[in-house]
Design a protein around this ligand. Sequence first.
Ligand code: HEC
Length: 308
Amino acid sequence: MKALTPSLAVLAILATAPAYAVDWSKVPGKDITMLYPAQSSYEWVLTPADHSGGGKIREGKNCHECHIGEENTMGDLLVSGKKNEPTPIAGKPGSLKAVVKFAHDDKNLYVHLDFTPGIQPNAKMDTAFETKVTMILNDGGVAESNRFGCWAACHDDAQGMASGADGERTKYLLKTRAKVTRQGGGDALKSPDELAALKTAGYQLEYWQARLNPGAKAVAAAGTIFDKREELKNPAVTADATLADGTWSVTLARPLTAGAPYKDIVAGKTYTVGFAVHAGHTAHRFHYVSFERTMVLDSGTADFVAAK
Ligand code: HEC
């Protein structure tokens, strides 16, 4: 009998296979519909004269309490150009549904998304990547993101937004600004001491991203949002993706403990997560976004319980 030596091809596969394997068919998922938000900024949603929910938000209601289940109709209205959208993309669908799953092992937290972008016009904004999948993670340190998810970072004067003019201002968190108006927080920051105190108190968001092209390996990115969105060199996040029959299956992962500026992901804490997909070569605000969801490790009350 011939000795069992693995062929070169098998060795090559072993070498490129990820060091982890979650059997996602065994993990229960939840449907999340992401809507096209147009220029509906944090400041817009909090202003009762612009958004009838604004008053109730100030009284303590959160976005998901009014809006889960309405993402399709909201997205259709906003993408059409009839509300909050001066430059609609013709033919773009108003929403996108994903099935989202979480899991963890001793080392990593994993999030898995299956979604079908459908017929997406090519917006030619991001020529390098057709599709991008992003998760914003908040460990509870950003109170406004506990309540409003991604909207905590989405301001009226960011790039492409109503008060953003031709600027390139990225996402930021409001408490980093010296003065805040209906137009956002501008560029004047609080003092270095005040900013340092905010950081020490854990006032920072993190994002994980997979950048995708059909037939190519996913490119992972990660970063933080504080006084600006800052991409990290050598991301601790990894990304895996496949495309079959028009459906993307994307897994993002990072070590539970990855060192600063990443925060440790631990059991017993409630995390707020928000998801976004840029489809059809879009960039910046021209994405689909979810309302806020909660996630815990192992056990607890949350939209997602990441089991081992
Ligand atoms: C008390 C319920 C309530 C809450 C809480 C609420 N909204 Fe609304 N929202 C509404 C209603 C009602 C409308 C419909 C028209 C309007 O008043 O602007 C709306 C409209 C919108 C629209 C425009 C699309 C449309 O269908 O008109 C967006 C975007 C939106 N809300 C985002 C949010 C976000 C983000 C939050 C959380 C920060 C939020 N809303 C919280 C009630 C609410």
